[in-house]
Ligand binder design. Sequence first.
Ligand code: ZN
Length: 367
Amino acid sequence: MVTGIIYSEDYLNHVTGSHVESPQRLIATIKLLKERGIWENNPKYQIITPRKATLDQIRTVHSDHMIQRARDVAMEAKSGGNLEYLDGDTVMCGDSYEIALLAAGGVLEGVDQILKGKIQNAFALVRPPGHHSNRDYSRGFCVFNNAAIALRYLITEKNIQKAVIVDWDCHHGNGTQDIFYEGIPGTDKGDFMYISSHQDGRTLYPGSGFINEIGKGRAKGRILNMPLAPRSTDEVMRELYDEIVMPVLEEFKPEFIIVSAGFDAHFTDPITNLGWSVQWYGEMLQKLKVVADKIAQGRILVTLEGGYELKAISSSIVNCLQALGGDPCTEKNDNAPKTDPDILGYTRENVIKAIKDRFSEFWKFQK
Ligand SMILES: [Zn+2]
């Protein structure tokens, strides 16, 4: 079946000046996708035109005040003809508010098409990203939390009982965690998990995402953080996926998998310190696809978060689309780090043990 690629040229109009979260990220990615034959004229892939999310859909996870502020700051940018800031590092141009609605709506369009069976799975090539934005604040290059809006929509509008957000961005998705920390906001329906792997918060923005942040009340045990020491490699991740992520997903049995996909854990990323290769991104998605095929009718929606080295992000997205389409991944790095780090006082063995110990009352981690 077909893999959807959700994209609009409007996503390039979220102009950010000299900021790393730039339209060039998508321009470079689409250029390489075309060179690899993953764009128009390939029957395995279908370009999907996004729609704008409605205000009611944005309001499911964000406060009116926060939405109003995003609109006001964009209006200010438009009337002054300048870029304005939503927070210290989140830039808005005059069109950014409308494009943020289109980013959230793009993810919802992907959800709808997957559930209708028009496509098997999808990659949403959207900007601005979302996972740092919580109920009350847009921040960390993000305006609206696209993945969180999609999960809430699946549970409350689409009759999905269980959905998961797997977040592999190098930064902890503190906005997503905040939104779901005490359960899915505004509803008693359904169940969720938020599973995040990220560079340890003691060494990188936003400074959260520790193993003991596990959710509260009915969400207790539904948030699973895997903090990684700087320079952690593919090999570390492979073990975390085999020991933690895959067994927990098989036990939780989500009907839909959303991936918050940042590509800034690549070893060449300019603003972070992890050590992953482009091939790991393809392999990780192949693993998730195995679970999705087994228990979620193959439903995976991948949405773009961060990733700031243009060659790394474009090559990794090629691999991800090939993984979604069931093809072998073509892009490779030969020079990714191989050494297992042993800093910050923990190695992969004791991170895995600490996670298993902390979550033993919730999950069995049986392979
Ligand atoms: Zn990031």
